[in-house]
Design a protein around this ligand. Structure first.
Ligand code: PEP
Ligand code: MG
Length: 594
């Protein structure tokens, strides 16, 4: 039966394909009843999975570096003990034998019972161990559900199928999931999935940002999609309208095929702009930079003619691995980007981990507790975390400095709020330089250092940062989150996340005006810079450097080429004075249409 689900549009385009349901291990395990003859082999399957995880934990412990905190070894021990407790090692087997549940079902049923017991306890310490039990069960479930359920394995299988001659006949595969972590989204970079849709999510969570970078149609915040859809069902993802159409009728399919073709033609036309200079109608030069997550993304940035890299989110190098990359590994990644950009500037942002970007490697190296705080977005994130772990930070600083020997590099510090954070970072940069000098390694002694303006406090006290830094980059994603007190990853409040809120616009306008007055270069690298609807507004506010995902660059360029700065400035003034959000929206729409 055909039906339509409405969510939040994340990335442009339309795709028609088959559903691949991705089960999150803990959320949706298979449920089936065993026939009596299978029961003992099902118990063995569970026992083997538990034994596998116990071994994994022993191995993890034996490989711990001497520098790992003592608490970490204790935590691994604790996880092993939890797993060997009869509550988890024996009770699920009883459920398999007595109720004939399959192993995953038995394990999650028992988990539920254990969690309920935890909830009844007053003791805070014991209550906090609930997360440990859940993590341990998650590990066993991952082993039980096996590679068939891991996104990476599905991507590999699909990739192999495509290589083995399925060629153009390969039917687009659309991932439907409850939620996809930013680290898992990296698997999409293999380009085997043609679109995705999730129950949870919001426009500027990092999962959605990655979807934009891949240029595949995506819709998030659909509520129940992963429960309502079936494997292999035909669906249309309309990334423009934020709609998922399930089992469409032939008429709807034809209509969407036509629209898809129109979009493809428009994209083909945009490609012709790639080699053109970016100048406004009144001949002002505008710089359009690319945001990247991984070195391979430079190909896309080059293909669309980016001025350089305006934001390299280096934390993605730390995802999908169990250990923090060492200095040489990081240096190699940074050097690859610098070399790929052949003399154009590369802005490397230092680690921005915490909140929705907490790599397993960081949890393993520093313990989960520091990241599992009540308000992780307000916690030890980005520069705060780096300053708390100076040895780790120094590794990254040395790796970035070493890359400066291969081309122009700027270093960008995320989430600054206090001048002393910048001072401390500058001291560590000087220390890293001293360490390289001692090793006789060449680097650019004048590497510019900038700061992300993404906390209102920094925007409102720009002068104290201008004294210390060489450039600014406005991170509108976080600036909106922190100005409006909206968790950017929480779809329950996603409707309140508003780039055109008058307070947000005032902060952006003030930052650009002050930076221009002080002669400090300023760019915008948040999602607002990549929204063609907002290009004229930002030009009118005085912005001359934009940084966005390569997928958006040509659409923004098209807007810039047909804009007149003086007209944009006049409209921007009206918009700033308009006050009422509805009026602002009308004026922004009018500005684009003009
Ligand atoms: C931002 O906050 O706007 C930004 C560019 O950084 P991130 O999205 O990685 O937090
Ligand atoms: Mg940010």
């Amino acid at each position: 039966m055909a039906f339509t689900l409405h969510g939040i549009p994340v990335s442009r385009g339309i795709v028609i394909g088959r559903v691949h349901l991705l089960a999150s291990a803990a959320l949706e395990v298979p449920h089936y009843v065993m026939v009596p003859s299978e029961i003992e082999s099902e118990v063995s399957r569970l026992d083997e999975a538990v034994a596998h995880v116990v071994n994994e934990l022993y191995q993890l412990q034996s490989e711990l570096p001497a520098s790992a905190p003592a608490e970490f070894a204790a935590l691994v021990d604790l996880h092993r003990l939890i797993l060997q407790d009869p509550l988890l090692s024996e009770e699920p087997a009883r459920l398999i034998r007595e109720r004939r549940y399959n192993a995953e079902w038995a394990l999650t049923t028992q988990l539920q019972a254990v969690v309920e017991q935890f909830e009844e306890m007053d003791d805070e310490y014991i209550a906090s161990r609930r997360a440990d039990v859940e993590q341990v069960v998650e590990r066993v479930l991952k082993v039980l559900t096996g590679s068939a359920h891991s996104l990476s394995a599905v991507a590999d299988e699909a990739d192999a199928a495509r290589r083995n001659g399925s060629g153009d006949d390969f039917e687009p595969m659309i991932v439907i999931a409850h939620d996809i972590a930013p680290a898992d989204m990296l698997q999409f970079k293999k380009k085997v999935f043609a679109g995705f849709a999730t129950d949870l999510g919001s426009l500027t969570a990092h999962t959605a940002i990655l979807a934009k970078s891949l240029d595949i149609p995506a819709v998030v915040g659909l509520g129940q999609a992963s429960r309502l859809l079936r494997q292999d069902e035909c669906v249309i993802v309309d990334g423009e309208a934020g709609v998922l159409i399930v089992d469409p009728s032939p008429i709807v399919l034809d209509e969407y095929r036509l629209r898809k073709r129109d979009i493809e033609l428009a994209n083909e036309k945009l490609k012709r702009l790639a080699r053109m200079q970016t100048r406004t109608l009144d001949d002002q030069s505008i710089e359009l930079y690319a945001n990247i997550e991984l070195p391979d993304d430079c190909d896309f940035a080059n293909a669309v003619g980016a001025t350089g890299i305006g934001l390299f989110r280096t934390e993605f190098l730390f995802m999908t691995r169990d250990s923090m990359p060492n200095e040489d590994e990081q240096f190699e990644a940074y050097r690859r980007v610098v070399t790929a950009m052949t003399g154009r500037p590369v802005t490397i942002r230092t680690l921005d981990i915490g909140a929705d970007k907490t790599p397993d490697a960081a949890r393993l190296a520093f313990g989960s507790d520091i990241f599992n705080t009540t308000n992780p977005a307000l916690g030890l994130r980005a520069i705060r975390f780096c300053l708390a772990e100076p040895q780790m930070f120094l590794v990254q600083l040395r790796a970035i400095l070493r890359a400066t020997a291969f081309g122009p590099v700027k270093l960008l510090i995320p989430m600054i709020a206090h001048p002393q954070e910048v001072d401390a970072a500058l001291v560590l940069i000087a220390t890293a330089k001293g360490q390289l000098d001692a090793r006789g390694i060449a680097y650019d002694r004048h590497m510019p250092v900038g700061g992300m303006i993404e906390i209102p406090a920094a925007a409102l006290s720009l002068g104290i940062f201008a004294k210390r830094l060489d450039f600014f980059s406005i991170g509108t994603n976080d600036l909106i989150q922190y100005t409006l007190a909206i968790d950017r990853t929480d779809n329950a409040v996603a409707h309140l996340y508003d780039p055109l809120h008058p307070a947000v616009l005032q902060l952006i306008a003030q930052t650009i005006t002050t930076a221009n007055r002080l002669g400090v270069p300023v760019s915008v690298c948040g999602e607002m810079a990549g929204d063609p609807k907002l290009a004229r507004l930002l030009l009118g506010l005085g912005l001359r450097q934009f940084s966005m995902h390569p997928a958006q660059l040509l659409a923004v360029k098209y807007e810039v080429l047909r804009s007149d700065i003086v007209a944009c400035e006049t409209m921007a003034k009206k918009i700033l004075a308009a006050g009422e959000p509805d009026r602002i929206r009308v004026l922004v729409d009018r500005m684009r249409a003009a």
